[in-house]
Design a protein around this ligand. Structure first.
Ligand code: PEP
Length: 251
């Protein structure tokens, strides 16, 4: 069965000591809670192994925010999926809109990254979502479908079944403008149906689909109450333990 998940994406925030302090704060807080979701901290690469040492892996999992599209070798500055896995990370965020927009990550590159992540037993949290102009032109369903088809649908059903998806309308990321609960549910149901058409209902029903885009403690409960919204990928509100906790306890 699919899991409820709240995953923080720290992006390029927090020095190493600040990140360790935040991870400890989240870890101490969740220790006292009967969790109804898996909690994930998506940290910068350099934080991964230190953060893994200070959290209880039964309650808090660690995620990278990217990995290379090559296995190893002369790729200065890159970090491979195998390296990420060796830190104790369980997840890797792939296809975030900031990676697609600022670093030219195409569906084909992302497909390579997903395959390498899976080969190294990392679970990709694969992000899809439309920009504002695409929604306004009523192309949002086509865009999301093509991201799924070109980024992921070459995978076997078995491999696809290992993924977590995150629907992140780009116009809602870091803007304070959240998708309405209806917009989120409508797109999540569409994504689940698209998966069912390709891989069958069982795979679709077992896939966790997170919502991302200005999710905060005030709107999380309503968003997560939707039948096809299985949690959130959280940027800004994951940088303060109390806000992140407010979202975690929205289930
Ligand atoms: C994100 O970066 O994945 C995100 C959803 O950011 P924010 O919550 O800040 O909109």
């Amino acid at each position: 069965m699919r899991k409820n998940i709240v995953a923080g994406n720290w992006k390029m925030n927090k020095t190493l000591p600040e990140g360790i302090a935040l991870a400890k704060e989240v870890n101490e807080a969740v220790a006292t809670i009967d969790l109804a979701c898996e909690v994930i901290l998506g940290t910068p690469f350099i934080h991964l192994s230190s953060v893994a040492l200070v959290v209880d892996s039964n309650k808090v999992s660690i995620s990278a925010q990217n990995c290379a599209d090559k296995a190893s070798g002369a790729y200065t500055g890159e970090v491979s999926a195998a390296m990420v896995a060796s830190t104790g990370a369980k997840y890797v965020i792939l296809g975030h809109s900031e990676r697609r927009a600022y670093y030219g990550e195409t569906d084909a590159i992302l497909n390579e990254k997903v395959k390498l992540a899976l080969e190294n037993n990392l679970i990709p949290i694969f992000c899809i979502g439309e920009v504002l102009e695409e929604r306004e032109a009523d192309k949002h369903f086509d865009v999301v479908k093509s991201q799924l088809e070109n980024g992921l649908f070459s995978l076997s059903a078995e491999d696809f079944g290992k993924l977590v998806l995150a629907y992140e309308p780009v116009w809602a990321i870091g803007t304070g403008k959240t998708a309405s609960s209806e917009q989120a549910q409508e797109m999540h149901a569409f994504i689940r149906k698209t998966i069912a058409d390709k891989y069958g209902k069982e795979v679709a029903d077992n896939t966790s689909i997170l919502y991302g885009g200005s999710c905060n403690p005030s709107n999380a409960k309503e968003l997560f109450a939707n039948p096809d919204v299985d949690g959130g990928l959280i940027g800004g509100a994951s940088l303060k333990a109390q806000d992140f906790l407010g979202i975690i306890t929205s289930f």
